[in-house]
Design a protein around this ligand. Structure first.
Ligand code: MLT
Length: 256
């Protein structure tokens, strides 16, 4: 892992491969390691950058009340520190919400976007209040609350359960709470997505129990130039459940 310190905050990331810069942004409440299974399939085509979002993995917390833009700014700062003016972004779930915020804030720095098990919609009022309730529970009881609720819904392959459980339990409560609050406050990005002119790929498991595949189909319908890749029998973790096909879909960003 590499570490950069930006504005007194440590940001950890992995960098490997050569080619077009592609940032793989993990979802909630995980870290860069979820992407490791796809790395061997992508290193010939991409300069891969796998950050830990602020508050997750080895990266310092972003401060008391981050919004989704906070994480997008951190990605922009990371790219600048690496001397990259532009990059492709692939965002998994919450990482997709961050990538959409990046697209809104830094349109000229985005070469292409993949949403992996993600969606452009904002939270419903019920989902929002559920997130605040979960944040309160995590403050009281720690990461176990989220692990218990999420692990059974993450991967369609039960073999991933223990790995994901351990990964969530390693995350710090303040990072989890920050992520929950940021997701709750994120804006709807449907029209933003439809307005993007860069290459767009939507990758979604047909057995996703957290964000149903219908969300990706709807996004594809209102974004005609997006390519939708559906993965049969795959849940919310395509990069772990079907790494080769996920990597092949990511290569569509560069027409490979
Ligand atoms: C994620 O996997 O990043 C989150 O579950 C997404 C969400 O809760 O909306």
């Amino acid at each position: 892992m590499n570490t950069l310190t930006i504005a007194d905050k440590r940001l950890t990331y992995l960098r490997t491969g050569s080619g077009a810069p592609l940032v793989l942004v993990h979802g909630f409440p995980l870290d860069h390691s979820i992407w490791e299974p796809v790395v061997p399939f992508l290193t010939d085509d991409f300069d891969l950058i796998l950050p830990d979002l602020p508050g997750f993995g080895g990266s310092d917390s972003p401060g008391p009340d981050p919004d989704i833009e906070t994480y997008a700014h951190a990605l922009a700062d990371l790219l600048s520190a690496l001397g990259l003016t532009q990059a492709f972004l692939a965002g998994h779930s919450m990482g997709g919400y961050v990538a959409l915020a990046f697209a809104r804030l830094y349109p000229s720095r985005l070469r292409g976007l993949a949403l992996v098990a993600s969606q452009p919609l904002a939270d419903t009022p019920e989902r929002k209040s559920g997130r605040y309730e979960t944040a309160a529970q995590v403050a009281l009881h720690g990461a176990g609350v989220v692990a218990e609720a999420m692990v059974p819904k993450l991967s369609a392959d039960p073999a991933h359960g223990p790995i994901l459980n351990e990964l969530i339990l390693r995350q710090r409560p303040e990072g989890i709470i920050g992520g929950l609050r940021a997701m709750a406050g994120r804006p709807d990005s449907s029209s933003l997505l439809a307005s993007l002119t860069v290459p767009l790929v939507l990758i979604h498991g047909q057995a996703d129990a957290l964000i149903p595949v219908e969300r990706a189909r709807e996004a594809a319908q209102s974004t005609p130039h997006a390519v939708l890749v559906e993965l049969p029998a795959v849940g919310h973790m395509p990069m772990m459940e079907s790494p080769e096909k996920t990597a092949a879909a990511l290569k569509l960003l560069i027409g490979a």
